[in-house]
Design a protein around this ligand. Structure first.
Ligand code: NAD
Length: 291
C-alpha cells in the first residue's frame, strides 16, 4: 500500500495567517479599529514565556495591537481578577488570553470565567464551552479548530464518517469531539478507561489523538486509509514526538500529521483568527462566509 500523505500543518497555518493579515488590514480600513490581543502571563514559567512571546509576535505580525501584561508570581487571585475586569471593559482589547498553567495557589477556572465570551479567544470559558455544546455561535478553542482545518485540508467528507477522538480533556479532546459532531460525523470518544482502544480506533475514518501519551497509537490501531491527526507533543532527547508512532502509521493511514509541523502551528493561527472574529463581533460585523 502507498504511504500516507503528510498533512503539512506548517503550510496550512502559514496560508491561514496570510488570510488573517489581509482580513485584519481590510477590517482596519473599513472600521478604523485595530484588533488588540491582551496576553496575561503570571510568574516565570519558561515554557509559558516562550508560548506567550510567540503569540504576541504573531499578533503584531498580523497587524494587531500587542497588549501584554506580565504579572508577578506573588500577585493574588483578586488582583488578577481586577485586571481581567479592566480588560473586559476596555474597548481597545478585542481578545483576552490568560496563559495556563497558572502558578500554584491560583484558581484558573474562576479567573477564566471572568473573561466575557466575546473576548474569549482561547474559547475556554464555561459560557463558550456551553455555546459549543449547544452548537451555537461563539469563539471555539484554538487547538481543536486547528484540528478541524487540518482534517478539512484532506478533502474528506465528514458527514456520516466515523470519527474517533482519543482523549476527553476540556482543552482538546472534548471540544474536538463536539466540533466533529457539529459536522455530522459519527463520533466516539475514547479515554483512559476505554477497554479496547485498538478495537475502537481501528473503526475510525478520522482519528484524532490527544491522549498525552508518547507513541500510544501504532499501526494496529489504524483503519487502512484513515485520516490521523496527532495532537500530542512530547519533548525527548531525540526531539519532539507525538502520541502516534509516525513511521508505523505512515504505512497504513491515508493521511497523517507530523510532529512537529502538524497541529502545533495551527494553534497560533487559530488564535489570530479568533482575535479578529472577536473584534468583528464587538464591532457588530457578521463573520464573512467561509472560504
Ligand atoms: P490531558 O492530560 O488533559 O488529557 C488527556 C486525555 O487523554 C484524557 O481525557 C485521558 O482520559 C486520555 N488518555 C490518557 N491516557 C490514555 C490512554 N492510555 N488511552 C486512552 N486515552 C487516554 O491532555 P490535553 O491537554 O488534552 O493534551 C493532550 C496532548 O496534546 C498532550 O500531549 C499535549 O501536550 C498536547 N497538546 C498539544 C497542543 C498543540 O498545540 N499541538 C495543544 C494542547 C495540547
Amino acid at each position: 500500500m502507498a504511504l500516507a500523505k503528510i498533512i503539512d500543518g506548517t503550510q496550512i497555518a502559514r496560508d491561514l495567517r496570510a488570510r488573517v493579515v489581509a482580513d485584519v488590514a481590510a477590517f482596519r480600513r473599513s472600521t478604523g479599529i485595530v484588533p488588540g490581543l491582551a496576553t496575561l502571563l503570571v510568574g516565570e514559567d519558561p515554557a509559558s514565556e516562550v508560548y506567550v512571546r510567540n503569540k504576541r509576535k504573531a499578533a503584531t505580525e498580523a497587524g494587531m495591537a500587542d497588549l501584554h501584561h506580565h504579572l508577578d508570581v506573588g500577585i493574588g487571585q483578586s488582583a488578577i481578577a481586577e485586571l481581567i475586569a479592566e480588560l473586559a471593559a476596555d474597548d481597545a482589547v478585542s481578545g483576552i488570553l490568560l496563559q495556563l498553567p497558572l502558578p500554584k495557589g491560583l484558581d484558573s477556572a474562576s479567573l477564566i470565567d471572568l473573561i466575557p465570551p466575546v473576548k474569549d479567544v482561547d474559547g475556554l470559558t464555561t459560557l463558550s464551552a456551553g455555546l459549543l455544546a449547544r452548537g451555537a455561535q461563539g469563539l471555539r478553542p484554538c487547538t481543536p479548530t486547528g484540528v478541524m482545518a487540518l482534517i478539512d485540508s484532506t478533502g474528506i467528507d465528514l458527514d456520516g464518517a466515523t470519527a474517533v477522538v482519543v482523549g476527553r480533556s476540556e482543552l482538546v479532546g472534548g471540544p474536538a469531539s463536539r466540533l466533529l459532531l457539529e459536522r455530522n460525523a459519527t463520533v466516539t470518544v475514547a479515554h483512559s478507561h476505554t477497554r479496547d482502544l485498538e478495537g475502537v480506533t481501528s473503526l475510525a475514518d478520522v482519528l484524532v489523538v490527544a491522549a498525552g501519551v508518547p507513541g500510544l497509537i501504532g499501526a494496529n490501531h489504524i483503519k487502512p486509509g484513515a485520516v490521523v491527526i496527532d495532537v500530542g507533543i512530547h519533548r525527548t532527547d531525540h526531539g519532539l514526538i507525538g502520541d502516534v508512532r509516525f513511521d508505523e502509521v505512515l504505512e497504513r493511514a491515508g493521511w497523517i500529521t507530523p510532529v512537529p509541523g502538524g497541529v502545533g502551528p495551527m494553534t497560533i493561527a487559530m488564535l489570530l483568527a479568533n482575535t479578529l472574529a472577536a473584534a468583528r463581533m464587538q464591532a457588530g460585523i457578521p463573520a464573512p462566509e467561509a472560504r
